[in-house]
Design a protein around this ligand. Structure first.
Ligand SMILES: Cc1cc2nc3c(=O)[nH]c(=O)nc-3n(C[C@H](O)[C@H](O)[C@H](O)COP(=O)(O)OP(=O)(O)OC[C@H]3O[C@@H](n4cnc5c(N)ncnc54)[C@H](O)[C@@H]3O)c2cc1C
Length: 397
């Protein structure tokens, strides 16, 4: 999911067509008005002609225009009334723009690391939020929404974090990384609590099938957000194994791996995998004990809640480049074939998700494709295409 320029341009170009501001006509109008002011042409009113019935033609034309104007105003008033009603009253009408973007307020911002924060959004007072149930697949869908950058009129997708216990139904939460030089992520990180933002959606990135056997998530950075959604959706009904790679420990503070020791690098566990985040040659791996002693980061805490909800069927392993524990040479087939819970449904679908920055996805599963202005999965490439994944479906998010 990480922004590469090609992706950024494509994402920007699609929505920008419908979001382009209407500055040009205003400028044209200003020009004409100014020109008129400087015109010193005397104004001449001809005598008013009569129609065939002897009426003042200008008057009858005026009454026709008046009638049409009243009709148009009434129709407009009715459509505004209908729009307001559909959006839950006066506040609702103001919350949804013509381009379908809905106004929210940043109700909270929780720093997860020096580059990542969890944003909590609430619809503006009296307004209605986006209809989450409208996404195809409902609760089984991995959902994202578009955030608008109003000055540049561009939009970017961000994945919803699954709701926490006690979270209001119309509240939305996101894990957003501030990309260096990133237009939309930079804009969002500059906003203060209480500021207005506009979002549109939801979009279903993937709908989990009814019967899921096992799920393996290769998540890089903020690619953990769809993993959280998927793990929540199938908690207790399928085996879920999340492999989460980060550049720095600060993004997954306090996270202790379930199956990979912090002291062991990936290379000791597997052969054939490599992380695009890798910074080879760095020394100084933290020990498991030291890891547990550290306070837990917010995403780590949420993963642990999911592990409890998953009743022993959710496992998480953490990989930090700076600790030389990056994903590199491994035997992926071991992970794919191994079953860590006896309840795994043999008849259920086995899915391997690869989610994260574009480079991460490309490396593991090959790049996504663009067809008719839409991003599609594209053929399986990268490391996974060389492995025997048997009947596993690979999904790029
Ligand atoms: C379905 C989906 C879900 C996503 N979910 C999340 C999520 O939950 N959380 C999250 O943080 N992200 C998520 N993303 C990524 C997100 O949509 C954005 O791509 C990301 O935030 C970067 O957008 P930006 O506008 O900030 O950066 P952009 O302005 O697009 O820039 C991206 C990068 O390219 C560089 N760049 C830009 N222009 C140039 C140039 N001319 N030359 C060289 N370099 C350049 C910038 O410096 C920056 O590092 C998701 C993406 C998708 C497709």
């Amino acid at each position: 999911m990480r922004p590469q320029v090609a992706r950024a341009q494509k994402l920007a170009s699609a929505p920008s067509r419908c979001l382009r501001p209407t500055t040009a006509p205003k400028r044209a109008f200003a020009h004409t008005a100014r020109a008129r002011q400087h015109q010193q042409v005397p104004h001449y009113e001809p005598p008013s002609p009569k129609d065939s019935k002897g009426n003042d033609a200008r008057l009858s034309r005026f009454s026709k225009i008046l009638g049409v104007s009243i009709g148009v105003a009434a129709a407009f008033g009715y459509s505004v009334y209908k729009h307001k009603k559909a959006n839950g009253g006066a506040g609702g009408a103001a919350s949804v723009g013509e381009d379908g973007f809905v106004k929210y307020r940043i109700a909270g911002r929780e720093e997860v690391s020096s580059t990542c924060a969890i944003f909590t959004l609430r619809p503006i007072a009296g307004g209605k939020g986006v209809d989450l149930a409208a996404a195809e697949g409902g609760e089984r869908a991995i959902r994202s929404v578009l955030f608008k950058q109003p000055q540049l009129q561009i939009a970017r997708a961000y994945t919803l974090l699954p709701p926490e216990p006690g979270q209001a139904a119309d509240e939305l939460r996101f894990l957003i990384r501030k990309e260096r030089g990133g237009e939309v992520s930079g804009y969002l990180h500059r906003l203060e609590a209480g500021a207005e933002v506009e979002v549109r959606g939801p979009n279903a990135e993937y709908v989990l099938p009814e019967r899921v056997g096992k799920v393996v998530f290769l998540a890089g950075g903020t690619g953990i957000a769809p993993a959280l959604q998927a793990a929540k959706a199938v908690a207790g009904e399928a085996d879920v194994h999340v492999l989460w790679a980060n550049r720095r420990r600060e993004d997954c503070e306090g996270g202790k791996s379930d199956t990979v020791s912090a002291g062991a690098s990936w290379s000791e566990m597997f052969a054939g995998w490599w992380s695009p985040f890798s910074t080879p040659g760095k020394e100084g791996k933290a020990t498991d004990a030291a890891m547990v002693a550290r306070p837990k980061g917010e995403i780590v805490r949420r993963l642990e809640v999911l592990k409890r909800e998953g009743a022993g069927r959710v496992a998480v392993d953490y990989f930090v480049d700076d600790e030389d524990a990056f994903i590199r040479p491994i035997d992926a087939t071991t992970l794919v074939r191994a079953s860590f819970s006896p309840e795994a449904k043999p008849e259920g679908k086995n899915i391997m998700f690869v989610s994260g920055p574009d480079g991460f996805i490309k490396l593991w599963a090959g790049p996504k494709d663009w067809q008719n202005g839409k991003e599609v999965q594209g053929p399986l490439g990268g490391v996974l295409s060389k492995l025997d994944l048997r009947d596993w479906e690979v999904v790029k998010l």
